[in-house]
Design a protein around this ligand. Structure first.
Ligand code: TMP
Ligand code: ASP
Length: 264
């Protein structure tokens, strides 16, 4: 009685809305929804460096699901609806604001380089930075002046984005501290969610070790994408460790053996 089974659209017949470096967005089952598919691709330095890392997509899907579900549960609005399978989640369609919003607690990466700070220096307070999402320009840092002048977001929206970023920082800092991890910095993206005539800004995209710097508090080991950026190896092991500590991946589960594999 095969015809009685719910029909699903095979991946290659779904309408592809957008393909990014690490994810693909497909049309969702209902209007206003999309399917976010996590690939195994790792890129850095504006995709000059690129590798397929078996299992990364599965881990990021699970870790991002866990974080977004918790944000939803504490009243921080996000685009996340639910995870569908090992590599995919159902999300609300939002109008992405073309900014990468970076929150930093500890000097590292480009901030350490730009201001000549030693990596690991605690910052006097959390710092929010904005980067204009534009690969051709290599995501340049911009100020609120640029954002309002070019109409990427208005002053009220910038206030909302900063308030969201701070709430996400407080939640994530506590979450990771509880499992022995220091949240050094992270990046979020935000989008406009329309509900009739009402619009609100929500957290979009993903939050995973691809978009955070996570250092083990005791050993100072890096448990994030810097392992790939800096050719340190052990990326899947590090992401698995983050998932294991958060209690979302049992020790016997093997992320590389699960889920559909994207045909390149
Ligand atoms: P940065 O030190 O290279 O500016 O990165 C700051 C944080 O933002 C770090 O946690 C990594 C994250 N990030 C992304 O998620 N995507 C990016 O394209 C960049 C440049 C940084
Ligand atoms: N993922 C970004 C890129 O491909 C950069 C990074 O995370 O370092 O450019």
């Amino acid at each position: 009685m095969d015809f009685l089974k719910p029909r699903y659209t095979p991946m290659n017949r779904r309408r592809r809305i957008y393909e990014g470096k690490a994810k693909v967005l497909y049309e969702g089952p209902e209007p206003g929804t999309l399917i976010q598919h996590f690939k195994d691709d790792a890129t850095a330095f504006n995709a000059q460096k690129h590798e397929i890392i078996d299992g990364k997509g599965v881990l990021n899907n699970r870790i991002s699901e866990y974080i977004f579900q918790n944000l939803n549960d504490i009243g921080v609005p996000t685009h996340f609806l639910r995870r569908l399978n090992m590599r995919e989640q159902l999300i609300r369609e939002v109008e992405i604001i073309p900014l990468e919003v970076v929150v930093r607690n500890v000097a590292a990466g480009s901030l350490a380089t730009r201001l000549g700070l030693e990596e690991g220096t605690q910052l006097p307070r959390s710092i929010i930075e904005f980067y204009y999402k534009n690969d051709a320009l290599n995501d340049p840092m911009v100020s609120e002046e640029h954002i309002t002048a070019f109409g990427w977001a208005n002053p009220q929206e910038i206030d909302d984005i900063m308030a969201l970023a701070i709430r996400v920082n407080d939640f994530l800092s506590g979450l990771f501290l509880g499992v022995g991890i220091r949240l050094v910095d992270f990046k979020i993206e935000t989008g406009r969610l329309w509900e009739g005539d009402l619009m609100r800004i929500v957290v979009a995209d993903e939050i995973s070790p691809d978009s955070c710097r996570l250092w083990d508090i005791k050993s100072k080991d890096k448990l994030d994408k810097d392992r790939f950026r800096r050719d340190m190896g052990g990326l899947v092991e590090a992401y698995s460790e983050v998932a294991r500590r958060l209690g979302i991946l049992s020790e016997t589960e093997n992320p590389t053996a699960n889920g559909p594999r994207l045909v390149q």
